[in-house]
Design a binder for this molecule. Sequence first.
Ligand code: SF4
Length: 315
Amino acid sequence: MNLKLKKMLFLPNPRGFCAGVDRAINIVELSLKKYGPPIFVRHEIVHNPWVIKDLESKGVIFIENLEDAPEGSRVIFSAHGIPISVLKDAENREMPFIDATCPLVIKVHNEAKRLFKDGAHIFLIGHEGHPEVIGTMGQIPIDSITLIQEKEDVKKIKPSDFKKVALITQTTLSVDDTKEIIKELKNIFPDIIQPPKEDICYATTNRQLAIKSIADKCDLIYVIGANNSSNSLRLVEVGKKSGCSDTHLISNISEVNWFEIEKHKNIGLTAGASAPDILIQEFIGKMHELYNVEIKNISVANENITFKIPKELNE
Ligand code: SF4
């Protein structure tokens, strides 16, 4: 007789690694193989402590500034992108570099450069201090781009200060909150130029749709991620807003509140775009060990996107 308590475990799909994260980690792994350690990576290659620790154990040294590595060292730029000034700095220091910036972030950089060239002042919707925002703002002169973090910021804009305006966004924002900010911007600038295709990437959109699909069925949801990972933080917000006020961010199962799980029947589990599957499997394994678990897979999208690895690592 099975005396274990019965639990439903809702697993929304897609969850976990996206194509940009997969490519960035692959670039570091292949560089280690080709050039041998140490390999310097400017900023966390992706925002996840498990990934960082794993790469450090293989000989990667994470730095925040290029001057933290000896001149001439090989360096990789993280998936979040870099300002042009960092690229120039690497060239001046004669540091051979590989850029692991996600191609979907590069797309936003190119939009910023094109719009600036066309004479538009750009409003970038994003979070201050996030490396992606720093990288995007650093593509064009700083007085030609204004950061908008929330609706309140739009109210401070004086429309008569601008002739031609455009908007771009960070790739990992809340889809719903961003729509609200765009609505505000359109109220004061009806002709604002928008990107032909949304800047919020497919992975962010799909993971938010996926957590929405389980939120009202769950008493408690855990999002595996990191507190510096924008898309993990947004997943927690979306889970809460969509019907599960008990949605929590954890970096691994050591942070799970098992007393809470004991109290509830319907548990949800998802992961941000930079959280590896091994952490999800660890959670599922522990649930099976402790409870009589019925898994409910709910899929809202199929993802089959992959991004090419730089040529020099394929040779
Ligand atoms: S979350 Fe989106 S933009 Fe960021 S690395 Fe993944 S695919 Fe690229």
